[in-house]
Design a protein around this ligand. Structure first.
Ligand SMILES: O=C[C@H](O)COP(=O)(O)O
Length: 298
């Protein structure tokens, strides 16, 4: 029985300390905090990328069936009203496992200890389980967190990294990626923690995203990108060399509920969903590049 993260020497810092991390004051601090120390990839490397998968986040069975019928690759369960990576109830997981057995299913487990405690309840037919790192500020603690998540056999851990790592009070994406690589993890999702409209590219410049993709792929890591991404951004980023294995979306396929301005907590809109699905079809040029070389776990 692994020791829960909360009982280990590796304590996580509370989120309200995040503000203290802001504003590096010296060149040395800037270098230390800079999450990206990669070189830009060559266009040749990126042109050999196969078609990315599409992950869509849903909050209930009604949305899950709507998304399954549309033909997305991965149906991901999370409750958008409760945060970036909040889980839905385990009952919804089990209903999905029974009704959508031919689909790739994913579950957001939440952050640190919460994720570890709910993990054993995931149905064994789920493919992925996403775990958030907020409040985890060292590589050792991150490794301990991942080790503490006990998943049923066949369910793969997808460590999450936040592009806006300062408000999330956690390690920067490059540090998380390096920890993924050095600890033998196979996958990584780069998302945003604060869902207030700013997207992934508001926090990580395009060339740094491309470099993260290159580093992940050179190490055989499957990398997914998400974070208030719009479809127009995906096609543009793809042209600029940001070619992950998977794109994740919710907000851009939703319409806000009546009287509310927030899309991701609204309802999935069929036409918006279809536009994403169409862009990811092999027959569509938008995301298809030359070559079909396989890398890492697919
Ligand atoms: O895992 C991916 C996220 O659910 C994306 O959600 P978002 O597009 O609302 O940021």
């Amino acid at each position: 029985m692994p020791v829960p993260v909360s009982q280990r020497a590796c304590k996580v810092a509370p989120l309200h300390h995040a503000a203290e991390q802001r504003g590096p004051t010296s060149p040395a601090d800037v270098r230390r905090l800079s999450p990206y120390n990669f070189r830009m990839p060559s266009s040749n490397t990126l042109s050999a990328t196969p078609r990315p998968k599409l992950l869509v986040s849903v909050r209930n069975m009604h949305e899950a069936i709507q998304v399954a019928d549309s033909g997305v690759d991965v149906i991901d369960f999370k409750e958008p009203k409760e945060g970036a990576l909040a889980p839905v109830s385990p009952k919804i997981w089990h209903d999905a496992a029974a009704a959508l057995s031919h689909h790739q299913l994913s579950a957001a487990l939440g952050e640190k200890e919460d994720a570890a405690s709910i993990a054993p309840e995931i149905p064994s037919t789920f493919r992925y389980a996403k775990v958030g790192p907020s409040g985890v500020r060292s590589r050792d603690c991150l490794r301990d967190l991942w080790d503490s998540v006990e998943l049923p056999p066949g369910v793969e851990l997808v460590p999450v990294s936040y592009a806006d790592h300062l408000p999330a009070n956690c390690l920067a994406p490059a540090d998380v990626l390096e920890t993924v690589i050095t600890t033998g993890q196979k996958r990584l999702l780069l998302d945003t923690f604060v869902k207030s409209g700013e997207s992934l590219t508001d926090h990580v410049p395009v060339e740094q995203l491309a470099a993260l993709v290159q580093t992940a792929h050179q190490a055989g890591i499957w990398l997914a990108l998400a974070g208030s991404i719009r479809l127009s951004q995906v096609t543009r980023l793809h042209r600029l060399g940001v070619t992950p294995d998977c794109w994740g979306v919710r907000g851009d396929i939703c319409r806000p509920a009546f009287g509310e301005g927030v899309r991701r907590t609204g309802t999935i809109h069929a036409r918006l969903l279809q536009a994403w699905v169409d862009a990811f079809k092999p027959s569509c040029d938008a995301l298809t590049t030359a070559g079909s070389e396989s890398r890492g776990p697919r």
